[in-house]
Design a protein around this ligand. Structure first.
Ligand code: TMP
Length: 208
């Protein structure tokens, strides 16, 4: 039996990541691939409770390091409860966000630093990095205009334009740091085209 793969989708808010990763998962499942879709922050009952605390717009007093630790705690629980058992069982996992989000958002958006955020995440995930990551590349203006059109904005969506610009730049650093793991898909085009390319990429990884 082939080793199950752990694949993550990453991208700034407004990149279409959730729509694309769900559509890719459904298409692969229909073709008979064993794939489990999950997301962060959240993905398990305890991790979803932590998500609610992190994203609650009322929690304006949350300290940046507290936020980074909560994302790492939620990731740990999600990994142990959902991701690892699926992989051990031979099921491929597609996760909408994982560690790279913390590197970009907390490391750069909150200006804690990528290495500092990586080190607390290493405690949380030990050696369990994704096998491959699909990055949905969108320009900052398009991403931001899509978020502004949403009816509900969570605590992070409500952050300043400067914060979101630091996140975009943070992802560029993450792409350089992990160029062997991350595959870039241009998301500045109609969603159907983005889904098609992402599907081909993920199928290629599962067929390896
Ligand atoms: P979502 O919109 O993809 O559900 O993610 C919720 C928000 O959480 C989004 O603004 C990105 C942010 N986030 C972080 O800041 N750090 C993380 O580690 C993760 C997983 C998400």
């Amino acid at each position: 039996m082939k080793k199950a793969k752990f694949i993550t989708f990453e991208g700034p808010d407004g990149s279409g990541k959730t729509t694309v990763s769900k559509a890719v998962t459904e298409r692969l499942q229909k073709e008979g691939y064993l794939v489990r879709y999950t997301r962060e922050p959240g993905g398990s009952e305890i991790a979803e409770q932590i998500r609610d605390v992190i994203l609650d717009p009322k929690n304006t007093k949350m300290d940046a390091r507290t936020e980074a630790l909560l994302y790492a705690a939620s990731r740990r629980q999600h990994l142990v409860e959902i991701i690892m058992p699926a992989l051990e069982n031979g099921t491929n996992v597609i996760s909408d966000r994982f560690i790279d989000s913390s590197l970009a958002y907390q490391g750069c958006g909150r200006q804690i630093g990528i290495e500092e955020v990586f080190s607390i995440n290493q405690f949380a995930i030990e050696h369990h990095m994704p096998d491959k990551t699909v990055y949905l590349d969108i320009d900052a203006e398009t991403g931001l205009s899509r978020i502004q059109g949403r009816s509900f904005l969570d605590r992070l969506d409500q952050e300043s334009i400067d914060f979101h610009e630091r996140v975009f730049n943070g992802y560029q650093e993450v792409l350089k740091k992990y160029e062997d793991r991350i595959i870039i898909v241009n998301a500045n085009r109609p969603v159907e085209e983005v889904i098609e390319e992402a599907y081909q990429v993920v199928k290629g990884i599962l067929d390896e």
